[in-house]
Design a binder for this molecule. Structure first.
Ligand SMILES: Cc1cc2nc3c(=O)[nH]c(=O)nc-3n(C[C@H](O)[C@H](O)[C@H](O)COP(=O)(O)O)c2cc1C
Length: 357
């Protein structure tokens, strides 16, 4: 029976434990560039003992940023500062991962601390793109996206391809495709936001086409022996929307296309998130179901805050790794505390701390 502090191997990559830092936007880049904030933010969590550190949603093209301050990897200039961070993360025993993203109709927004709303072009915003010309909501993310043509789709697939090549050059060993939270690819697979009448809309097979095509494009260039993973919104939590059964089916197809692990999140393709059943481990049942029914490795996320809770998930095979987001902001050293509580050893403590704790 595995436990939270057992190592975990996926393809050629071994995590020192089953604890991952969930991707978290920092909205602190100029022109998508990483800087000292990212080094300290991510580096602290590597020193803090996590096995996997997934960097924030990183835009594959400028239009795909949620805000003008998002991280990006659409040019060669982005590579070097990311490489520096990843070198540091590896020196401290963690595996650096990247989350490649395109925000679709939710792009062109202000940062959370500036209100989160869509920006007019005069405020630094831009024309968004999406599956169909349907705004996310009338008040906050009100921009009507341009319905993507086949040329637009081709352009975005190529952007994912070059982003994946640059991710490797930047030293990432783990690649996650962000297909969740109402962003571009989720807006295609969900029937709530996709009203297309071409081969990318209508039936389930058509709505998941973009997800599969991006996956195949990335798998062609992302080394076969490195993990390729996908974050899904496993349910829209809305009558008539995307369901967990759809996610099981999509996960099987993603596995066949070369995906190694599904990161199981949910929601955020509609504004009514207040109806979600938030609570301890609230999304873990999605991970459990996909893991057993699609027969693929999973990560789970959502309100995982204490050691026993995380350990229980691993021991009962409800996920292969647990991801923590807000709790890791509260405490980058969470893995040390969890190890203390569970009487486990962190194998690779920084030498400066190692003999003292
Ligand atoms: C500050 C912040 C930024 C986030 N940015 C991202 C992101 O870039 N990509 C993503 O998939 N999820 C993002 N999320 C969602 C988290 O990865 C995670 O799924 C969610 O917070 C639930 O986990 P938690 O209960 O441990 O916080 C973000 C969450 C927070 C708090």
């Amino acid at each position: 029976m595995p436990n939270l502090f057992d190592s975990y191997q996926l393809k050629s990559v071994t995590l020192r434990n089953r604890i991952g830092v969930s991707p978290m936007c920092q909205y602190s880049s100029d022109d998508g560039m990483a800087n000292d904030w990212h080094l300290v933010h991510l580096g602290a969590r590597a020193v803090g003992g996590a096995g996997l550190i997934i960097a924030e949603a990183t835009a594959v093209e400028p239009r795909g940023r949620i805000t003008p301050y998002d991280a990006g990897i659409w040019s060669d200039e982005h590579v070097e500062p990311l490489y520096r961070i990843n070198k540091f993360i590896k020196e401290h025993g963690a595996v650096p991962g990247i989350q490649l993203a395109h925000a679709g109709r939710k792009a062109s927004a202000a940062r959370p601390w500036s209100g989160d709303n869509h920006l007019n072009d005069s405020e630094g915003g831009w024309q968004t793109i999406g599956a169909s010309s349907i705004a996310f909501d009338p008040e906050h993310l009100w921009k009507v996206p341009h319905e993507m043509t086949c040329e637009d789709i081709q352009f975005v697939k190529e952007a994912f391809r070059t982003a994946a090549i640059r991710s490797r050059e930047a030293g990432y060993d783990w690649l996650e495709l962000h297909f969740a939270h109402g962003y571009l690819v989720h807006s295609f697979y969900s029937p709530l936001s996709n009203k297309r009448t071409d081969e990318y809309g209508g039936s389930f097979e058509n709505r998941i086409r973009l997800a599969l095509e991006i996956t195949e494009t990335v798998r062609e260039v992302w080394s076969e022996d490195l993990p390729l993973t996908v974050r899904l919104s496993c349910s829209d939590w809305v009558e008539g929307g995307w369901t967990i059964e759809d996610s099981v089916q999509l996960s099987s197809k993603l596995k066949a296309a070369g995906v190694d692990l599904i990161d199981c999140s949910s929601g955020f393709n509609t504004p009514d998130y207040k109806k979600y059943p938030f609570g301890a481990s609230w999304q873990v049942p999605f991970s459990e179901k996909i893991r057993s029914e699609a027969n693929i490795a999973t990560a789970c996320v959502g309100s995982i805050t204490n050691a026993m809770q995380a350990d229980e998930i691993i021991r009962n095979n409800r996920a292969d790794i647990v991801l923590l987001a807000r709790e890791m902001l509260r405490d980058p050293y969470w893995p040390y505390r969890a190890a203390q509580e569970l009487h486990a050893k962190i194998q690779t403590l920084p030498i400066q701390y190692g003999s003292r704790i």
